[in-house]
Write a new protein. Structure first.
Lengths: 132, 90
């Protein structure tokens, strides 16, 4: 059991390290959200699963698994909310400057402003919130 | 096993401290909120690990549930606020 715990927690720690490197080193807001939304979720889930295996089979493990499933649902939802807010306020993701071939060395440049915003659906009017 | 959990806590806390860089010098507001969300997520894990070190995990796990809820709510609320604020402009 101890080896399973150590394997799970060390792999979770590796994914948390990947998360921090991605947060510090990636060049764009959208790439950073991309790094956070998946690697942080997987690292947190692995570490919490290791702790639940170490704790054994009781109510506290059930609560740890509850936190695990909440992280599984909430962390990508938060990343999606941040990304949608970034698109709606007019941030443009980095694209290939040439626009076409993935092999050419045209470098990275922001997409021409408005080319992506035209494809978005209209934001809902703030007077009629359906969820609240 | 306690020293293993203490070492794991030190590593997770160090990663949270490195994430503070993005939250301080982030170019936009949403970058700062992203860094704050990562710090909150690492603090959640740190809380569970410290609960195992102190052998009071039955108390710390309830605190961790509340902390996860607050972290998610704060991120979504800040994202919604900055999404709808610029729509008011003519």
């Amino acid at each position: 059991v101890i080896y399973v715990v150590i394997l799970l927690t060390l792999s979770g720690l590796f994914f948390l390290l990947v998360t921090t490197v991605g947060l510090l080193r990636l060049p764009d807001f959208f790439t950073r959200v991309h790094a956070i939304g998946k690697a942080d979720t997987l690292g947190s889930m692995l570490l919490l699963a290791g702790l639940a295996v170490y704790n054994g089979l009781n109510v506290v493990s059930l609560k740890l698994l509850l936190i695990l499933f909440f992280v599984l649902v909430a962390n990508p939802a938060a990343a999606h909310a941040l990304t949608r807010a970034g698109l709606r306020i007019g941030m443009v993701p980095l694209m290939r400057a040439g626009g076409g071939e993935p092999d050419d060395d045209a470098g990275w440049a922001p997409l021409s402003s408005g080319a992506l915003l035209d494809r978005l659906p209209e934001p809902p009017s703030s007077e009629s919130e359906p969820g609240s | 096993m306690d020293s293993y959990f203490i070492a794991l806590s030190v590593f997770v806390g160090g990663l949270a401290g490195l994430s503070l860089y993005r939250s301080v010098v982030g170019p936009t507001v949403l970058d700062r909120m992203l860094g704050a969300g990562v710090i909150g997520s690492h603090g959640l894990l740190l809380m569970c690990l410290v609960g195992f070190v102190y052998e009071r995990i039955d108390m710390f796990v309830d605190l961790a549930i509340v902390y996860a809820l607050l972290n998610f709510a704060s991120t979504v609320v800040v994202a919604k606020y900055f999404e709808h604020r610029t729509e008011e402009k003519p």
